[in-house]
Design a protein around this ligand. Structure first.
Ligand code: TRP
Ligand code: ZN
Length: 871
């Protein structure tokens, strides 16, 4: 099928033509927008003497006019088929003016120029710019742009694009115009335009070199006051990037626009970021602590792209992780420096294990630098982003902060203003550290999660501890044979008193380079335990031989917070595995006294950090637990998790009640670290108590919902209630809707809670909600709340044995594929794990995939996901 043909990294060639200047004019009319682009093209000197004609990428619109060097072309002098625009004959230099007409209101793909609510906006990454005008739409074509926008004054008082405003004025018929110029060369995917009735808040930042930068955040009028937190975060990000990376902002203005309908989280367009409103708007009444933290992260992430992505960009899309992995690493460090490092690390590892590990062992498994793709949109993945960030973290760890920063300085010095590759990045890091990163590069080209087994042997007579590490990565569709990777292991020995033993002969960083590696430690006292992969020093699955007692000891005493948390996670997973085995064999279900004991110690330790405890005591989610089973039995996992939760609640009721009391006194309007920590621990304790499902605890959680004084507590209580009792859920959901129906972002939460409820009426409710006046498949946030929520976060109902969950979601995917290819393809990933389920569900899920595959006119996006799943 030629229409779904893959592109390969090995086929990449330099562009035959370059574009020195692009001058764009947008004339925004009531139903259509006229775009004229004037391009200064020249043949790349690498191809001097060639006579090949110019070929531009194009989207599905009609060409209205073409002139070459000022002379109108006849239709036989060019070819345009909706994918390519081709001149019959091209000189070495040519100025082209191409006119097209677009219909933004009809653009439900949210790629190119579209309308979100009343706002015109663009989304060009990855290959959306060609939907606006014919162009060499590839990231190694770097061009300077000007953008003139003409529109109605009343409908579009605000007209924005990248760079600096250089001209504006009134026109006839209540219209006006502006002209923006961006002095920096950029690839087309960073182009942006916004037009509409927007308000803004304004602030300023003085850079380290004394330059004043004007900061503006735009939203629709009723939301503009909710931009204050985002503004504070932007200033934090600008300061942090100067302090930690010595990087300053380069333009006179930095603008951010909040949009309701957006395919992703946010977009780093040069000087004009466009954000999903979810990552801009917040106040304590309507946003949770988690929302506040996410805003800080995403604002930071997009800001950090200005250097990692925009100033130094990508040679081709296969290199995506060059900007995304590095920028995620930077936003993680930003959050770690400003908040709690260990809590940040725990959250990121949880995300990696819950989403990236399954991806890396499923049909979408691909190297951090993919070798091929059909639609690039499908490769904005956990592997490229999160595993990519782990690879940068490992380099940082191997080099140390100082040398790493020297490498970064060299990177910008050598590659500023250029489009480069992952090899280029590795070469500066190797040069700065004078080390060889050849083996390390395998992390970028080899897919799959390595499994590292650690075996111990201890000789009490000689006091020698021998640790043997064995690494293995399973073959997959990308490589038949996997080579050993360079794996850094952060390491310490914890003695029986809970102290870190000093290691004279051995550094705290062990490096594995071969399939098997043995380390011998001398003078090790009996009862000493190894603490390995501290801070999760490599993205691997670890299989160690620690007993439950030893894990409980490490949970209480390891000097590395991450490993304390991880010991608790391992205990949970082992316990769930035992319960699932017992459920399947119809044996009695017992909870290990070790786990209860560990809980008791943690909850009663007055010195411990509440934010940390709240995470250590949370049972992993069902989707995370599933990854620890050969064959997934969703019903058994769900039941086991419920039994464990209830068992712990019953055994520790007085302690949980006391926690609810002592942590319930947080200041509802403060997002200080301590207040956030108190709320998270209190809501965890409430959730445990609710699992008892008795009158007293039902009253407790309903009362928590009724008396909540901010969205963190209100939403937490609503979620808990929705897992407790149908009548209570209905009463609270109804009240919540009435209170918040004017606020789209809160209503997304309402849809999400219904979608994720394990209670018996959920399937009917979800189906019903697809017809709710507030629901629409054209809104990605709504789809993510209701349909993704159900498909990805409600294992009991999505995987219901009758198969009706699958059929429902399949129908939604097909309908969505006619509206928004990117969102449809992302949703279809809910079937990716089908081969891991027990036989009944496996065959039902396969049927769903086949239904999708056999339906006419699949988008390339959806085709790629479904065909890989079935392969
Ligand atoms: N580059 C964006 C980021 O900061 C991601 C992104 C924005 C995106 N819009 C998109 C990815 C549309 C795919 C499609 O990570
Ligand atoms: Zn990014």
């Amino acid at each position: 099928m030629t229409s779904h043909a893959p592109k390969f990294l090995k086929d990449h060639t330099p562009p035959e033509f370059l574009i020195d200047q692009a001058d764009l004019v947008f004339d925004i009319q009531k139903n259509s927008t006229w775009v004229v682009s004037s391009l200064k093209l020249r043949r790349n000197t690498l191809f001097t003497g060639k006579k090949s004609p110019l070929v531009l990428h194009m989207g599905d619109y009609e060409i209205q006019s073409v002139t070459a060097d000022g002379i109108p072309l006849q239709t036989h002098e060019y070819n345009a088929d909706g994918r390519h625009f081709q001149l019959t004959d091209t000189k070495d230099h040519v100025s082209l003016d191409i006119g097209v007409v677009l219909y933004p209101k009809k653009n439900t793909r949210l790629e190119g120029l579209y309308k979100s609510n009343h706002i015109f906006c663009t989304q060009c990454e990855a290959e959306g710019f060609r939907q606006i005008t014919p162009f060499l739409d590839r990231p190694d074509i770097m061009t300077t742009y000007s953008c003139t926008i003409i529109a109605d004054k009343k409908e579009c008082p605000v007209l924005l694009s990248n760079g600096n405003l250089v001209d504006s004025g009134d026109l006839e018929g209540n219209r006006h115009y502006v002209r923006w110029e961006d002095p920096f060369k950029k690839p087309s995917y960073l182009f942006a335009l916004v037009a509409g009735d927007l308000c803004n808040i304004q602030d300023k930042f003085i850079t380290g070199s004394g330059k004043k930068v004007t900061l503006k955040i735009f939203a629709e009028q009723n939301n503009v006051e909710k931009c204050r937190h985002a503004m504070a975060c932007l200033k934090q990000a600008m300061q942090w990037d100067q302090d930690r990376f010595n990087l300053r902002y380069d333009l006179d203005t930095y603008q951010i626009v909040a949009i309701d309908d957006f395919n992703a989280g946010a977009m780093e367009n040069k000087g004009l970021n466009i954000f999903n409103a979810k990552y801009v708007l917040a106040d304590p009444k309507s946003a949770t602590d988690e929302d506040f933290m996410n805003i800080q992260k995403v604002i930071g992430h997009e800001y950090f792209h200005n250097w990692t992505g925009n100033r130094v960009t990508l040679k081709n899309w296969f290199q995506l992780s060059l900007k995304e992995g590095l920028t995620v690493f930077r936003d993680q460090e930003f959050s770690s420096d400003l908040n709690s490092r260990s809590v940040e690390r725990i959250a990121n590892v949880k995300k990696l294990r819950m989403f990236q590990f399954p991806e890396d062992s499923g049909p979408m498994a691909h190297p951090v630098r993919p070798d091929s793709y059909i639609k690039m949109d499908n490769f904005y993945t956990m592997t490229v982003y999160e595993k990519g960030a782990e690879l940068i973290r490992m380099i940082h760890q191997l080099l140390g902060e100082t040398t790493f920063q020297e490498g970064m300085t060299l990177y910008f010095k050598r590659f500023d203003g250029m489009a480069v590759t992952i090899e280029d990045f590795l070469s500066v890091m190797a040069q700065a550290s004078q080390s060889d990163l050849t083996q390390f590069k395998l992390w970028y080209t080899q897919s799959g999660t390595p499994m590292v087994a650690m075996d111990r042997s201890y000789d009490p007579d000689t006091q020698k501890l021998t640790l043997t590490f064995t690494q293995q990565t399973l073959p997959d569709r990308n490589q038949d044979i996997k080579l050993p990777l360079h794996i850094p292991v952060q390491f310490a020995l914890i003695d029986a008193a809970g102290n870190e033993a000093t290691l004279q002969e051995h550094p705290s960083l062990l490096q594995l380079k071969e399939a098997t590696h043995t380390f011998v430690f001398e003078h090790v006292k009996p009862g000493t335990l190894p603490s390995v992969f501290r801070q999760f020093s490599a993205p691997v699955r670890v299989k160690n031989d620690l007993s439950d007692d030893e894990l409980a000891f490490l949970m209480a005493h390891d000097t590395d917070d991450f490993n304390r948390w991880d010991a608790a996670q391992t205990l949970f997973v082992k316990q769930i595995q035992q319960l699932v085995a017992a459920i399947r064999l119809k044996q009695p279900l017992v909870i290990s006294p070790n786990l209860v004991q560990a809980f008791e110690t943690a909850l009663s330790d007055p010195a411990s950090d509440r934010a940390f405890i709240a995470r250590a005591l949370a049972i992993p989610q069902e989707t995370e637990l599933a990854d620890h089973f050969e064959t997934i039995d969703v019903a058994a996992i769900h039941r086991a998790r419920g039994v464990l939760k209830k068992g712990l609640a019953a055994a520790l009721e007085p302690m949980f009640m006391e926690t609810i009391e002592t942590c319930g006194k947080s200041d509802p309007d403060s997002i200080s670290f301590q207040n956030i920590a108190d709320r998270s621990l209190r809501n965890l304790a409430l959730s445990y108590m609710s699992s008892l499902g008795i009158q007293k605890t039902n009253d407790l959680v309903f009362n928590a919902f009724m008396t909540a004084r901010n969205m963190t507590d209100e939403f937490a209580a609503l979620k808990i209630v929705s897992q407790t009792d149908v009548a209570l859920k209905r009463a609270s959901a109804e009240q919540f809707y009435k209170k918040w129906c004017h606020d789209k972002l809160v209503i997304d939460k309402w849809f999400y809670v219904e979608a994720c409820s394990p209670l018996s009426d959920t399937f009917e409710t979800v189906v019903c909600l697809t017809a709710h006046p507030d629901f629409s498949l054209t809104s990605p946030n709504r789809v993510r709340a209701l349909i993704y929520g159900f498909a990805m976060n409600n294992p009991v109902h999505f995987h219901e044995k009758t198969g009706r969950g699958y059929t429902f979601v399949t129908d939604q995917i097909l309908e969505l594929d006619r509206i928004n290819h990117q969102i449809a393809a992302r949703l279809a990933a809910c079937f990716n794990q089908w081969k891991k389920h027990e036989p009944v569900r496996r065959s039902l899920m396969k049927n769903s995939l086949e239904t999708l595959m056999n339906s006419p006119k699949l988008s390339s996006n959806l085709y790629e996901i479904v065909s890989r799943a079935l392969a």
